[in-house]
Write a protein that binds this ligand. Structure first.
Ligand SMILES: Cc1cc2nc3c(=O)[nH]c(=O)nc-3n(C[C@H](O)[C@H](O)[C@H](O)COP(=O)(O)O)c2cc1C
Length: 174
């Protein structure tokens, strides 16, 4: 069974036939500019939920967990997301305010990884995010919290058919 699974997995296609080029030498100095450029390319390519990413958090003891979330915006160098502050991620961010994000646009052979400190944003900003959600009935949810991850490291990764994959790393706020 495990050998047939291994063979089945090995036979799966990997990169899409057409992948964009990425010239790291010509990349802008500002990682936000490059991130927004890649995000808009993903949106224009029709990728489903291009604003979805995996967020990894950890307890104070370093026990890691991850889950998918939706990007709410980027402001003042902070990538924003929202969730219940009573959730596992909410509790972990109180005891250990560090996290990692991973955006993957597989149909473009692209990944962006971010690592940094996370801050809980204000009640006003959190409430505004809750009320702006599709289907909002105008009722306030006091558990809802908007957070911002300010990256100390961002890595842009572009797959290539010749396997000379391109990695471009920024270290802002370091
Ligand atoms: C594509 C996708 C997007 C999601 N977006 C959010 C989100 O923005 N906020 C949220 O709290 N949960 C979101 N979820 C659910 C989370 O993945 C997760 O199940 C939930 O937040 C509880 O996580 P926790 O128990 O680790 O804190 C999303 C799930 C998927 C699959």
């Amino acid at each position: 069974m495990s050998e047939s699974l291994r063979a089945e997995l090995r036979a799966l296609p990997d990169f899409p036939p057409d992948m964009p080029d990425f010239d790291a030498a010509a990349a802008p100095d500002d990682p936000v500019e490059l991130f927004l450029d890649w995000l808009h390319i993903a949106i224009d390519a029709g990728i489903r939920q291009p604003h979805a990413f995996s967020l990894a958090t950890a307890t104070a003891a370093g026990v890691v967990s991850s889950r998918m979330l939706i990007l709410k915006g980027i402001e003042n160098g902070g990538w924003q997301f929202a969730s219940s502050e009573h959730s596992r991620k909410g509790r972990e961010l109180v005891e250990n305010p560090q996290a990692a994000m991973n955006f993957s646009w597989l149909d473009l052979g692209r990944q962006v990884r971010l690592v940094g400190g996370v801050t809980a944003l204000s009640d006003e900003e959190s409430e505004a995010d809750w009320l702006a959600r599709p289907g909002s009935d105008g009722t306030v949810n006091r558990e809802w919290r908007l957070y911002a991850l300010r990256p100390v490291e961002i890595e842009f990764w572009q797959g290539r058919h010749d396997r000379h994959h391109v990695r471009h790393t920024y270290r802002p706020n370091a």
